[in-house]
Design a protein around this ligand. Sequence first.
Ligand SMILES: [Zn+2]
Length: 138
Amino acid sequence: MIEVEIKPKKGFLRLTPGAVTISQSIYFPPKIHKDLNLENPQVKNLAWLEHEKEHAQRQMEIGTRRWWRSYILNRNFRLEEELSAFNTQINYLKQHDTLVDVNKLIDQVTRKLSGIQYLWAGRRQKIIEYFKQQETIS
Ligand SMILES: [Zn+2]
């Protein structure tokens, strides 16, 4: 897997929700960044890191500028990239936290991706269908 550098969000990046991945640098909200630097970070934050690493990997494959341009301008591209990254994140959680409520997580992801944070990347039903196909949910 790709080598990444974890940094706290500062300046204008603090205006954005969540984490921002630019090439091999991943900018997290300061609290999350702090947790990830502890000896035993929370599993949910490690899962989040796996999500962002996938964006970093994809940016390396197709070029950071091209990835970001498509991500901003192309709703379907944004949806595909996020579905894949959330799938990785949820599978990490399933492997490391047996008590995790997968259906609840998918419900949260679906709300996020179909809402303003991801600029209405996709419709709820399409997102749920994707996770069913991936066998993330039954
Ligand atoms: Zn993402």
